[in-house]
Design a protein around this ligand. Structure first.
Ligand SMILES: Nc1ncnc2c1ncn2[C@@H]1O[C@H](COP(=O)(O)OP(=O)(O)O)[C@@H](O)[C@H]1O
Ligand SMILES: [Mg+2]
Length: 344
C-alpha cells in the first residue's frame, strides 16, 4: 500500500488570481502542486478566479474552472483542511501585492514568501525604487507621473529634459512586461504614458539602459533565514525590442543562460545587489531581482517577490543549476515559511 496521504501536512496552493498574469500563475501553481508530494506535503489547490473569487478544483485538475464559493465559505473550507502552510503561486496584483498574504495572516497560516508590507512595497515599481535609492542600490533615474495632473500643457511636462531619450514608460503595478513601452521619440511619450497608466493613474518614466540583461534569484536558508543568491541568469532577447511577454514565455524568442557567462567579479556584484534588494525590501523566502549592466555599471530594475515557477521560468532554472531540484526548492520554501512563523 502506498503511504497514507493523510499523514502529510497540507499545503494550500493559491493559483490564478485577478491579474493579467492569471495564466502564468496557473502554470506556476500547477508545477508547485505536482512537486509537493515529493517534497513531503499534501497539496490543496485554491484557484483564485479572474474576478478575484475562490474555488476549490480537484488536486489532479488544479486549473479546472469550478464555481466560486463565497469568501466566508472559502475561509471555512480552508480552515477545515488545517493547512500547515500556504504557497501563494500568484503573480501581479491580487496575489503578489499582499492581499492573499493578509488573508493567510488572519487565518494564522504561515505562507511562503514576503509578508504583507514587503509584498506591497516590492510590487509597486515606484515605491521599490524609492527604497533602492534610500539604501544606495543603483537604479535608473525615473520620474513618476500622475494622470490626474493632466493640464493644458499635457501631463508629461518636461520629464524628457531630465530623463532623456530613449526612455522606458512603465505602469507602476504590473508585471510580465505588461504596461512597459520603450519610447524613442518625444512625440510618442504622451500616448505611451496614457496607454501604460494603470488603474492608479501613475506611470513611471525611466532612463533607458542599453546593456546586457540579468536576473538574480535569492533563496533563504531554511534553517538560518540567511538570503543567498543563486547563480545569475543572463537573458539574451532575440529579435524583440526588450524582454517582453512573448520573449518571457516563448523559449524560441530568448536565450536564458545560467550561469551567466560573465567574469566572477561581475557575477558577485550582481549577486550582492540581489541580496541587498531582498534585504532592503524586507522580503522573505525568495525573490528575483532584474538587473541591467551598461557601460556605467549595474542597475536594479525591479524585484519580484513571487517569481515565475513554470517549467521554463528563471528561478527554478537557476535553482537546478545550483543543484536544487524543483521539489527540493519547494520543500526549502515551505520549511522556511513554517520556521519563520514559529520564530515570530
Ligand atoms: N530602464 C530600462 N532600460 C532598458 N530596458 C528596460 C528598462 N526597464 C525595463 N526594461 C525592459 O523591460 C523588461 C520589463 O521591465 P521590468 O521593469 O522588469 O518589469 P516587469 O518584468 O515587471 O514587466 C525588462 O526585462 C527589460 O527588458
Ligand atoms: Mg521584470
Amino acid at each position: 500500500m502506498s503511504d497514507s496521504t493523510q499523514n502529510r501536512p497540507v499545503v494550500a496552493v493559491f493559483l490564478g488570481g485577478a491579474s493579467r498574469e492569471h495564466d502564468i500563475s496557473l502554470r506556476s501553481g500547477s508545477a508547485v502542486i505536482r512537486a509537493l508530494p515529493a517534497a513531503g506535503y499534501e497539496p490543496l489547490p485554491v484557484l483564485v478566479t479572474r474576478d478575484g473569487r475562490f474555488a476549490f478544483p480537484p488536486v489532479d485538475q488544479p486549473t479546472r474552472a469550478e464555481p466560486a464559493v463565497p469568501l466566508s465559505e472559502a475561509v471555512a473550507r480552508l480552515e477545515s483542511c488545517n493547512p500547515a502552510c500556504a504557497f501563494i503561486a500568484m503573480h501581479g496584483l491580487s496575489g503578489e501585492d499582499g492581499r492573499v498574504q493578509a488573508l493567510c495572516d488572519w487565518m494564522r497560516v504561515p505562507h511562503v514568501g514576503a509578508d504583507v508590507i514587503g509584498s506591497a512595497v516590492a510590487l509597486d515599481k515606484w515605491f521599490s525604487k524609492s527604497v533602492y535609492r534610500a539604501e544606495g542600490i543603483p537604479t535608473p533615474d525615473a520620474v513618476l507621473l500622475h494622470a490626474s495632473d493632466r493640464g493644458a500643457q499635457g501631463w508629461t511636462g518636461d520629464v524628457l529634459a531630465r530623463i532623456g531619450l530613449p526612455c522606458v514608460v512603465k505602469a507602476t503595478r504590473e508585471g510580465s512586461s505588461y504596461g512597459v513601452a520603450i519610447v524613442r521619440q518625444a512625440s510618442d511619450l504622451a500616448a505611451a504614458a496614457e496607454a501604460c497608466a494603470g488603474r492608479d493613474g501613475r506611470v513611471l518614466v525611466e532612463a533607458y539602459c542599453r546593456g546586457r540583461e540579468f536576473s538574480v534569484p535569492v533563496l533563504e536558508d531554511p534553517q538560518t533565514g540567511e538570503p543567498r543568491a543563486l547563480p545569475v541568469i543572463e537573458i539574451v532577447v532575440r529579435s524583440h525590442d526588450f524582454f517582453d511577454l512573448a520573449s518571457k514565455y516563448d523559449p524560441t524568442l530568448s536565450d536564458e543562460v545560467c550561469p551567466a557567462p560573465i567574469p566572477a567579479e561581475l557575477t558577485a556584484a550582481i549577486q550582492r545587489m540581489g541580496v541587498a534588494a531582498h534585504k532592503a525590501l524586507s522580503l522573505s523566502g525568495f525573490s528575483r531581482t532584474d538587473v541591467i549592466v551598461d557601460e556605467r555599471g549595474a542597475w536594479v530594475l525591479e524585484t519580484n517577490t513571487i517569481p515565475g515557477l513554470t517549467e521554463v521560468s528563471l528561478f527554478p532554472k537557476a535553482a537546478a543549476v545550483a543543484g536544487i531540484p524543483f521539489p527540493e526548492m519547494v520543500r526549502i520554501l515551505v520549511q522556511r515559511a513554517i520556521g519563520k512563523w514559529k520564530a515570530d
